[in-house]
Design a protein around this ligand. Structure first.
Ligand code: PEP
Ligand code: CO
Length: 450
């Protein structure tokens, strides 16, 4: 650990994508409040996740990281959180049952409120406005007033994260995630689809297996893992003042933890080696992720490994390739080889979403489900060729029946004409619950062949 690091030492370096908070006094006031509020997660939890991710890095488990592109202050209900959890639990069941590997479940949830943007302004209905930067920073309504950066939003984001996390903890440990409820995670609009029926068949087999074990006299009641799931939170550590304010020193180890989430990642636009984001993340002991787009070079990636994981600790660092379908076989192998040869025990995951975004003719940001699947298949292929464990997938999804990504199986296929029907994302297009389940079946198939 660098002895010169402090939670605020990132302030000496250039920080990309930071809000322009207009009122310094109001900002200081918010930071003061945030820094006295209780931590959202605890150091011991972050250490447990690190240990689970070390299992993934060594090929003994698989990571499923999933959730919204951007959580919303507007769409904040118990039902929406439950339905998101349902689809992630369903996907985890498909992966665990189908591929026989433990699945580490991490949500893009309870803190995923800030967005990097390619341009400081955007055109909305013919008017140029400051870009929407996530509800932690400004509002998405198409007016200049709504787009002003307001530091009080950081407090709202904190409180919404706390409520979300509270509900997630209740759902995952209070009986809802009990394996005997595996059928109930199949929402009605999913159950009628071919993937939903396939899921129901697996759920039936799991029921039978549980009945069989009970009949054999095995005490299933005493097996906590059948009744609870471990579910972790994560978000992009983008707005560094917010992250700094929630950073606390662990009384047991003396290490610093960013207590806004279990896992933090740095995005493709903010991973500069000499930048503030890497400086900040290097000093917190949480497990970390770093996105890598198609332009990432070997030198950059080795620099990121050396900065974020100097002690080469398994479970510390995850590299998330988001190259785009068609580019992965060309761009990724050299990075896999370089990291392996340098002896960094990183976890490699694939984000098949962000390299495959484009605008539909009607102007909607979308992705093709086929491109998403292609990139995942390419990722598995490249990893296999290099002898690297394809450790996980990182996807943007929702439990709702949205029409945001094109494609999907059978009569449920989403066509360009459908994009306007239920397009509710606050930022990037998400897979709906059927497409998500479909993806899990295909990933399970790839894992079986690995
Ligand atoms: C994201 O995960 O929503 C995102 C903006 O990703 P990236 O940094 O890979 O573009
Ligand atoms: Co996104």
């Amino acid at each position: 650990m660098d002895p010169t690091w402090t939670p605020s030492s990132w302030r000496d370096l250039p920080a990309a994508q930071q809000p322009d908070w207009p009122d310094p006094a109001a900002l200081e006031h918010v930071y003061k409040q945030l820094s006295t509020l209780p931590p959202l997660v605890f150091a011991g939890e972050a250490r447990r996740l690190r240990s689970s991710l070390a299992d993934v890095a060594s090929g003994g488990a698989f990571l499923l990281q999933a959730g919204d592109c951007a959580e919303s202050f507007g769409d904040f209900t118990a039902d929406a959180i439950r339905d998101k959890l349902k689809v992630i639990l369903q996907m985890a069941v498909v992966l665990t049952y189908g591929a026989g590997v433990p699945v580490v479940k991490v949500g893009r949830i309870a803190g995923q409120f800030a967005k990097p943007r390619s341009s400081p302004t955007e055109m909305v209905g013919g008017v140029e406005l400051p870009s929407f930067r996530g509800h932690l920073v400004n509002d998405d309504a198409p007016t200049a007033e709504a787009r002003v950066h307001d530091p009080a939003r950081m407090l709202s984001a904190y409180h919404q994260s706390a409520s979300t996390l509270n509900l997630l903890r209740a759902f995952t440990t209070g009986g809802y995630a009990d394996l005997s409820h595996v059928h109930k995670w199949n929402q009605q609009f999913v159950a009628s689809s071919s993937q939903g029926r396939r899921y129901d068949a697996i759920a039936g087999e799991i029921d039978r297996a549980l009945r069989f074990m009970r009949a054999c006299g095995i005490d299933l009641q005493g097996e906590a893992t059948l009744h609870q799931v471990e579910f972790w939170t994560s978000h992009e550590a983008l707005v560094l003042g917010y992250e700094e304010s929630l950073t606390r020193q662990d009384s047991l180890s003396g290490d610093w933890y960013d207590c806004s989430a279990h896992l933090l990642w740095v995005g493709e636009r903010t991973r500069q080696l000499d930048g503030a984001h890497l400086r900040f993340l290097a000093g917190v002991a949480n497990p970390l992720g770093c996105k890598l787009g198609p332009k990432a070079t070997v030198d950059e990636v080795l620099g990121i490994c050396a900065t974020l994981d100097p002690d080469r600790e398994p479970g510390r660092l995850m590299l998330i390739a988001r190259m785009g379908a068609g580019k992965t076989p060309d761009r990724l192998p050299a990075l896999l080889r370089a990291v392996r040869d340098a002896g960094h025990p990183v976890l490699w995951a694939c984000d098949p979403m962000h390299g495959n975004t484009f605008a539909s003719p009607g102007g909607r940001k979308t992705r093709r489900f086929d491109d998403v699947l292609t990139e995942i298949a390419e990722f598995f292929g490249v990893c296999r060729a290099e002898g690297v464990w394809p450790g996980g997938v990182h996807v943007e999804l929702t439990g709702d029946d949205v029409t945001e990504c094109l494609g999907g199986a059978g009569v449920e296929e989403i066509l360009e004409d459908h994009l306007n029907i239920r397009y509710t994302t606050a930022c990037d297009p998400r897979l709906n619950a059927r497409q998500s389940l479909d993806l899990a079946f295909q990933v399970a198939e790839l894992l079986r062949r690995t």
